[in-house]
Ligand binder design. Structure first.
Ligand SMILES: NC(=O)c1ccc[n+]([C@@H]2O[C@H](COP(=O)([O-])OP(=O)(O)OC[C@H]3O[C@@H](n4cnc5c(N)ncnc54)[C@H](O)[C@@H]3O)[C@@H](O)[C@H]2O)c1
Length: 365
């Protein structure tokens, strides 16, 4: 990382769970100044201003968009607010770090994608696992052939939902299989360098008062022949579970996050690489930070200062979002979905070219 010495003025919108993870990791950094914190709940905005030494607190971000001291806006509100806030911030010339998922549905997600593509400022989507050292190591091991040709990815991310009202609000926008799924679909496409081409799935409502199905499992086929599954639920009945395993023709990589280790937690995450030929295990200890919010923000600063691409790029983030939304459709209809985000975008953004090349029109919105 070779960043210039400019100090960036940051405004955080959304002083909730993920907003606090952002600000707690950046407010004391040499190249960051917390200019403003915003929440529709005034008490939370004031609390964050006092705790993280923000110059201003507000309930409406629009009152601050003219402030030239604000260079970067972090959008950490609900998915159904992202598009409007992004539009306002870009119109005001601000750079943006926006939480995932892009939006709650495909039509508004496409509008978000268009705005980013046309923007003169930089926008990074907060796919935090891209900035996690353990996932970076997994990608490196797979791509260097450490376990031979990758065949299967097994991923489970179940939450025992203690803070039920918060989960209910998140689920008003998206089911867990979309909200969390965008992270893991992105990981699958990132580590393989392949694209999902078919998705199927099943889901159910575990808690009777859940605002929608609060559990889903999806199966994905990638265009390199690899398959994967992902399971996500937020329920007061589910046990928290976090399985991440990558299986290749000559071995296997398993990730045990620091918090799930039986011992030596203070030393970080544990990667176990099993080599089928020798029967040997190699263990790698990685002092990784699960959500490295500062590294993520520094990526946005690199985009600003050095015109670097996003990590993920908007196309990579949109692609994971598109597959997640299609996965929800597969669950709702009980039918597998053939997916190609490139084909979808081509049909949406350039329908004439799509007709000329024989594409058969748009997938359902
Ligand atoms: N990257 C990750 O690992 C991760 C983890 C959790 C949540 N998220 C995402 O972050 C977003 C927020 O989730 P959360 O768990 O922090 O929710 P939360 O309920 O804990 O916090 C959201 C906050 O935003 C505020 N808010 C909502 N709309 C606002 C508006 N228009 N103006 C000002 N404030 C507003 C709410 O009052 C609340 O304080 C969601 O998109 C979620 O999917 C990402």
């Amino acid at each position: 990382m070779n960043l210039m010495t400019k100090k960036y003025g940051v405004m955080l919108i959304g002083c909730g769970h993920i907003g606090e993870e952002h600000i707690a990791d950046i407010y004391f950094r040499d190249n960051i100044r917390i200019e403003a914190v915003v929440d529709q709940n005034e008490a939370r905005a004031r609390l964050f201003a006092a705790k993280y030494r923000a110059r201003q607190a507000a309930v409406d971000y629009r009152t601050l968009l003219d402030d030239p001291a604000i260079d970067i806006v972090i959008i950490a509100t609900y998915a159904d607010t992202h598009l409007d806030i992004l539009r306002d911030c870009l119109q005001a010339g601000k750079h943006v770090l926006c939480e995932k998922p892009l939006t709650p549905d495909l039509a508004s997600g496409l509008a978000f994608y268009r705005l980013v593509k046309q923007a003169s400022s930089k926008v990074l989507i907060a796919h935090i696992l891209r900035h996690n050292r353990s996932y970076q190591k997994i990608a490196e091991l797979i791509q260097s052939g450490a376990i031979g040709r990758l065949r299967l990815m097994r991923m489970v991310q179940n939450h025992h939902a203690k803070d039920w009202p918060r989960y209910q609000r998140l689920m008003a926008d998206c089911p867990p299989v979309v909200d969390c799924g965008v992270h893991y679909i992105d990981v699958m496409q990132w580590v393989t360098g392949a694209q999902v081409r078919e998705v199927s799935g099943m889901g159910c409502r575990i808690d009777p008062d859940a605002v929608r199905d609060n559990y889903g499992m999806i199966q994905l086929q990638l265009d390199n022949g690899c398959i994967g599954y992902y399971e996500a639920g937020w329920s007061r009945s589910l046990a928290a579970q976090n399985l991440k395993e990558f299986i290749g023709e000559t071995g296997r990589i398993s990730l045990t996050l620091r918090d799930n280790r039986a011992d030596n937690r203070e030393e970080g995450d544990l990667l176990t690489v099993y080599h089928q030929g020798s029967g040997e295990y190699q263990t790698l200890n990685l002092p990784s930070k699960y959500k490295d919010m500062y590294a993520q923000l520094c990526r946005l600063i690199e985009m600003i200062e050095q015109d670097e691409p996003g990590n993920p790029t908007i196309d990579e983030a949109f692609s994971a979002f598109y597959v997640a939304i299609e996965a929800e459709q597969a669950i709702l209809t009980g039918q597998p979905r053939q997916v190609s985000y490139r084909r979808f975008l081509q049909a949406e953004l350039d329908p004439l070219a799509a007709t000329a090349t024989g594409l058969k029109g748009k997938p359902s919105l």
